[in-house]
Design a binder for this molecule. Structure first.
Ligand code: SF4
Ligand code: SF4
Length: 519
């Protein structure tokens, strides 16, 4: 037994050495920060604890762009796990719709949005498949099962894959992103440790779905437990997993951000405004890939693994949480609710996340971390000293000091020119700025202003188009009436007036009543 274990460790170490040294294979992103890696809540017993389902869950009726969508359920209606609540939104558990009303949702600006509130009827997360999903095509199954990106963005996975399906854009490389969003988050790492075999199977399914030639699993080189589990799973499925490569990355924050990661792994420079799929690459978070493959068997995506951590966390854990569970309930069930009034609760991690103003906001697909931090001591910022530290760490090669200058003046045109749309809001520039300038926060607000402006322009263009179409319809109708009037006039002029002819026939019948009778 001990001998077998020693040989297993030796095989893993050889494989790791090969990955680390072969062809200089550990990649490094541009810029970024090397931060202390404090890994909270990694499962030691290969088990991620599922939290109990709360009495009420709250499902926001918002699409990817945070636009409200129309519900297709009503108050009092009974719903089951996986039932459609609105386009692209499913019920994460069964119960009765209590109300549909505005509630706080997870958003940097404490947004209120319409939500479906469900009184639940089960205490456990339902892991049963939705059978009706099995008789529809593969990509549609992903949509029916409500699969969204679990890496942070929450983009609908079916939409992402539609363009890459065998009849769409040919895909050279499928990247499965197992690089954690932040050093303090370990939800993807714990997934790999606990479910490595399912993850390898999911990668094989995703390769078939995207009809791609090559699949690369990108992961940091210091996730040794996850790498060991992965190696074992790949050995078990060696015939099927032969087209899967493991790409190691130096543990530099934010290596997991999609664009820098794609550029490092594929050496393709992504063009602004184009999606990676247009350039033959699909990048999917590892947990999303697993959810998309489970959707093939009809399992809806109703929960996710969340890291509960932070410098003030009493109990740092990775837990599986049902979508719609209020953050307060997660903190309570994990034993982190005490002294919370003296702390700051952030969602999405200490760097890329944001402070939450209301603990009753519900967990969604994008909630990868709930971080409990010390209250912020705010010193007002000093003027920029043009030290350039921010541009040195920017992973997407921006000039944050210039961008800030225009963003704070609401000059959206100039901000766009300086790459506002390319900012991934990683927060690296904030960390290094000696003047404590709130760069990322300013960029975040400028981006939402830009989004609103773009949407307003789109609405104006749509309205203009509708007006033009209406004008065209009205003038076509007027032209048709005019043509008809002219034709009628011509008929009259030529003595072919049908009314006059009818009157003449009636007159004739009056004068000669027998004329109509052929007998
Ligand atoms: S927040 Fe934006 S500007 Fe700042 S380092 Fe990250 S990507 Fe660059
Ligand atoms: S790091 Fe701060 S002080 Fe230095 S150039 Fe950037 S914004 Fe200015």
């Amino acid at each position: 037994m001990a001998l077998a274990q020693a040989s297993h460790i030796q095989t893993f170490m050889n494989w790791l050495r090969e990955l680390l040294t072969g062809d200089g294979r550990t990649l490094k992103i541009r810029g970024g920060l090397t931060l202390p890696r404090n890994k909270p809540g990694l499962p030691v017993d290969n088990n991620i604890v599922s939290l109990n389902v709360p009495e009420h869950i709250v499902i926001p009726l918002l699409d990817y762009h945070h636009k409200p969508v129309t519900p297709c359920v009503r108050t009092g209606q009974s719903v089951s796990t996986g039932d459609k609540l609105a386009p692209g939104i499913i019920a994460s558990t069964g119960g009765t719709v209590l109300t549909i009303e505005d509630r706080p949702v997870i958003h940097p600006s404490s947004l209120l949005a319409p939500c479906v509130v469900i009184a639940t009827r089960s205490e456990q997360i339902n892991q049963q498949p939705v059978h009706c999903a099995l008789d529809v095509p593969s990509i549609a199954r992903i949509a029916l099962c409500g699969v969204r990106g679990l890496g942070g963005a929450g983009f609908a996975t079916a939409t992402k894959l539609e363009r890459s399906a065998p009849l769409g854009q040919p895909i050279d490389t499928l990247i499965i992103n197992a690089v954690e969003c932040e050093p303090g988050i370990s939800c993807d790492e714990s997934l790999l440790i606990c479910e490595a075999t399912s993850v390898v199977r999911a990668m094989i399914v995703m390769m078939e779905l995207t009809a791609c030639k090559r699949c690369v699993l990108a992961i940091e080189n210091d996730k040794l437990l996850a790498l060991a589990a992965l190696k074992q799973a790949m050995q078990q499925l060696s015939t099927l997993s032969k087209n899967i490569d493991v790409q190691l990355l130096a543990p530099i924050y934010p290596s997991g951000a999609e664009r820098p990661l794609i550029e490092r792994v594929t050496h393709i420079r992504l063009q602004e405004g184009r999606r990676p799929v247009d350039q033959g690459v699909v990048c999917i978070n590892v947990a999303t890939a697993l959810a998309a493959s489970q959707a093939q068997e009809g399992y809806p995506l109703v929960s996710r693994i969340i890291t509960v951590a932070g410098e003030q966390a009493v109990n740092a854990v990775n837990v599986r949480v049902l979508f719609g569970t209020p953050v307060r309930n997660v903190l309570e069930q994990t034993g982190n609710l005490q002294n919370i009034k003296l702390s700051r609760v952030r969602v999405g991690g200490p760097l890329s996340g944001f402070d939450l103003n209301n603990l009753d906001t519900p967990v969604t697909a994008t909630t990868n971390c709930i971080s409990i931090e010390a209250p912020l001591v705010t010193n007002s910022p000093d003027p920029c000293i043009r030290c350039d530290a921010c541009s040195e760490v920017c992973p997407v090669d921006l000039l944050p000091q210039q961008l800030y200058w225009y963003a704070q003046q609401d000059d959206l045109d100039k901000s766009t020119h300086y790459g506002l749309n390319q900012c991934i809001e990683c927060g690296c520039c904030d960390v290094v700025c000696p003047s404590r300038i709130p760069l990322t926060q300013t960029f975040r607000y400028a981006r939402s202003a830009l989004q609103e402006q773009t949407q307003a322009k789109q609405r104006a263009t749509d309205a203009e188009q509708r007006y033009q179409l209406r004008e065209q319809r009205l003038s076509a109708k007027a032209a048709a009436s005019e043509a008809q009037r002219k034709m009628a006039k011509t008929t009259l002029t030529q003595g072919n007036d049908p009314i006059a002819a009818a009157l003449a026939r009636a007159k004739q019948r009056r004068n000669n009543p027998d004329s109509d009778n052929p007998a």
